[in-house]
Design a protein around this ligand. Structure first.
Ligand code: M6R
Length: 364
């Protein structure tokens, strides 16, 4: 049931404050601002690395997770696209654990990767939305996303719930490994608790984003740029746009711009820059200047401070609330999803059932 929404995707985008909140509450205790103990088949303190494997949007959530695990828990992460991982013959360290991320829990390549790790004898965790799925059944521990059924082929709420699980786990790992103090844990958990409230605020930008989508739907190519956790988000934005609007899009690490994609920049190539005012904002600003100098049209997604300091002419600036760094990926995912959604609506595509795609990819 779509309720009063035109598409499941639209409904699912709007469910995010609620489902993020449910998912976080499963892993975090907001009365004491601490991460809840988990019954894990391994000890985070004893691991020397973890492996993450997944496909599509789930893979991109894992890529953001890598930044968190490495930063907060000083735990190195090997992350792979499942279809590569399963054939790569990666040596698996005995002191590692493997995580598989999947909304459906049925993705063939992800399941094959899981079985590869199973045969290597490492403990296996599944971050899945469908708890009765094959991936959940074959894992040692299920770390659920509480997104509820996701019907639209384009993953939206499952993605932000995967991020919620990964952020919570990274905090837990940091506590277990002694890389974050009790004070830091408190602060991080409190910051995470604010994600639903900020998400609600961002959903109110619908009108601005819908107007922008009308302009965007006139282009044939779009480039997304971001640094740090905004790099996977840039790839997620591009994936979302191409899969439902059929507009060609690429997501790049902003620092890679001058290693190739800058050759594409002209007035027919909008560049969407995802850049909250963070520690590397200045670097992204210089990338924007390079784009502007070549006549590129910039759509900047940032916060108030970022908008004030960007010092480039933009086609549009979407100003989000100032959010703590840990929740930025969850919050910045929303305008990206909304932009893809409205662009697809203007293009007149079948938003919930885009051509050639299946919700659950059970063949390789
Ligand atoms: O069910 P899964 O999470 O394993 O699916 C993985 C991908 O097929 C999926 O995320 C796909 O990329 C989405 N349609 C993207 O919106």
């Amino acid at each position: 049931d779509k309720g009063n929404r035109r598409h499941f995707m639209e409904k699912e985008i709007h469910e995010q404050p609620e489902v993020i909140s449910h998912t976080l509450a499963h892993y975090l205790d907001f009365t004491s601002d601490s991460s809840k103990p988990l019954d894990l088949p391994f000890d985070f303190a004893k691991l020397d690395r973890i492996a993450i494997s997944a496909c599509g949007t789930a893979y991109l959530s894992g890529l953001i997770g890598k930044y968190w695990f490495e930063r907060l828990a000083r735990l190195p992460v090997d992350i792979d696209i499942a279809s590569e991982f399963r054939y790569r013959e990666m040596p698996i360290s005995k002191d590692s654990a493997a995580f598989f991320i999947s909304q459906s829990g049925e993705t063939a390549d992800t399941l094959a990767s899981l079985r590869y790790c199973r045969s290597a004898g490492v403990p296996i965790g599944a971050i899945v939305n469908v708890r009765e799925s094959t991936i959940a059944r074959e894992s040692d521990v299920v770390l659920p996303t509480l997104a509820g059924p996701e019907i639209g082929v384009a993953s939206t709420k499952a993605f932000t719930c995967q991020l919620s699980v990964l952020a919570s786990l990274a905090v837990r790992a940091g506590v277990a490994r002694g890389t974050i103090s009790r004070e830091q844990e408190k602060a991080l958990v409190h910051q995470l608790s604010e994600a639903p409230r900020f998400a609600t605020q961002v959903l109110k930008l619908e009108e601005q984003i819908e107007k922008l989508a009308r302009d965007l739907s006139r282009y044939h190519h779009v480039l997304y740029l971001g640094r740090d956790t905004n790099f996977p988000l840039a790839m997620e934005g591009a994936l979302k746009l191409k899969e439902i609007s059929y507009i060609h899009a690429e997501g790049y690490a902003a620092g890679e711009l001058k290693h190739g994609p800058i050759a594409l920049i002209d007035e027919n190539m909008p560049v969407i820059v995802i850049a909250p005012h963070d520690r590397i904002f200045e670097k992204t600003v210089s990338n924007m200047q390079e784009v502007a100098a070549r006549g590129g049209k910039i759509i900047l997604i940032t916060d108030k401070k970022g908008a004030a300091l960007a010092s480039v002419k933009t086609m549009e600036t979407i100003v989000l609330p100032d959010v703590p760094e840990i929740i930025a990926p969850l919050i910045y995912a929303l305008p990206i999803q909304m932009l893809a959604y409205f662009t697809a609506v203007f293009m007149g595509t079948d938003v919930d059932q885009p051509r050639n795609l299946a919700k659950s990819v059970t063949v390789e």
